[in-house]
Write a protein that binds this ligand. Structure first.
Ligand SMILES: [Zn+2]
Length: 143
């Protein structure tokens, strides 16, 4: 892909996911998180974020909102980075439709007696690239 086209595609990916990115930044600011930028993604951690993630339906180490990853602390952010980057790519593909699609899969799976989190295709894709086996991340942006 020519460089100019690549830049245009990246800009479109950021714009497409931007509503969730803005939401993630807002949460990070409201909870007094500490910000860092890693590979084009904003990572935010702190005590308030840790408290929020521990109270989620699926207690999470980290959670992705667009190009923002909220993590309990730096260790959680590093441990979950590969997994959460898959979710960033999913936001880039699905844009504003990502969260509704994630929740729809969750509901359909749950209604069929399956695990809305573990059996969710978005999670299966993310878990395929990491070594995490248990307590990870979140659910819906909610996950
Ligand atoms: Zn995940």
């Amino acid at each position: 892909m020519p460089r100019s086209l690549h830049i245009l595609a990246r800009a479109a990916a950021y714009a497409w996911a931007s509503p969730y990115t803005v939401f993630g930044i807002t949460i990070g600011l409201l909870l007094g998180g500490r910000f860092q930028r890693v590979d084009g993604v904003i990572e935010i951690h702190g005590r308030g974020i840790a408290a929020g993630l521990s109270r989620m339906l699926v207690p999470a180490m980290a959670m992705t909102l667009g190009h923002v990853v909220l993590g309990r602390d730096l260790t959680c952010l590093a441990t979950s980075r590969k997994h959460e980057r898959v979710h960033v790519r999913q936001y880039e593909r699905w844009g504003i439709a990502f969260v509704p699609a994630y929740i729809a899969f969750w509901l359909v799976l749950s209604l069929r007696g399956r695990d809305g989190y573990r059996d969710n295709p978005f999670e299966i894709e993310a878990y395929a690239v990491d070594d995490l086996t248990t307590t990870k991340e979140p659910i819906t942006n909610s996950r």
